[in-house]
Design a protein around this ligand. Structure first.
Ligand SMILES: [Zn+2]
Length: 200
């Protein structure tokens, strides 16, 4: 690539780290931004800074929130006997949009994927086990991970480690396309998969 002024090449390198964005797309974004009014760039820059400054993870379920404990974990109407285990924070909003689940969540922060360094210690499996050991009123664990190979491997690992704790362990019903991620499931399919969940 030819040499660009430093602020341009810095931002290209930053955008190119985003999922699905290569150097060419990154450069297109930067050229687009160069045509925008400076005030708009300031708004974007502030939004980025606020992301880092104001967002943290909920101390109970580990979803992204602005508070110490997120809205769902604080909601007295939620069923505290159920915990739905998801891969990422974004999966919570997908499941919430189906309106069929009223329990709590636990965000693992990824799937097991040893090649990319995701081992049981890097995702929140220990935290889930501790939660179960400390709280006997939790009666059902729902594994709502994507039916991809890494999602399946994670569910297998989790079921082996959770089953001895004597709770009802379920997973979403088949019907979600194999290999697809939860992120792209439509609400009706996901809602049905939640209602028809099966014992592991
Ligand atoms: Zn929470």
């Amino acid at each position: 690539m030819r040499r660009f002024p430093e602020p341009i090449s810095n931002l290209v390198a930053t955008f190119a780290r985003l999922p699905g964005v290569g150097p060419k797309t990154a450069l297109r974004y930067v050229y687009y931004l160069l045509k925008q009014p400076k005030a708009d760039l300031d708004v974007m820059a502030r939004a980025l800074v606020q992301l880092g400054e104001r967002i943290r993870v909920c101390s109970v379920c580990f979803t992204y929130t602005e508070q110490e404990v997120c809205d769902i974990c604080q909601d007295p109407k939620r069923n505290r006997a159920q915990i739905c285990v998801v891969e990422e924070s974004r999966d919570i909003s997908t499941i919430e949009s189906t309106n069929v689940y009223t329990g709590l969540y636990h965000v693992l922060g990824g799937n097991l994927n040893p090649i990319e360094g995701m081992i049981p210690d890097t995702i929140r499996i220990r935290e889930l086990k501790e939660k179960l050991e400390l709280d006997p009123t939790i009666t059902e664990i729902i594994l709502a991970l994507s039916p991809t190979s890494h999602g399946e491997a994670t569910m297998l690992y989790l079921s082996k480690h959770i089953q001895p704790l004597g709770r009802s362990l379920t997973r979403l019903a088949r019907g979600l396309p194999v290999g697809a991620t939860l992120e792209f499931a439509d609400e009706v399919t996901l809602g049905d998969a939640m209602k028809g969940r099966k014992r592991v």
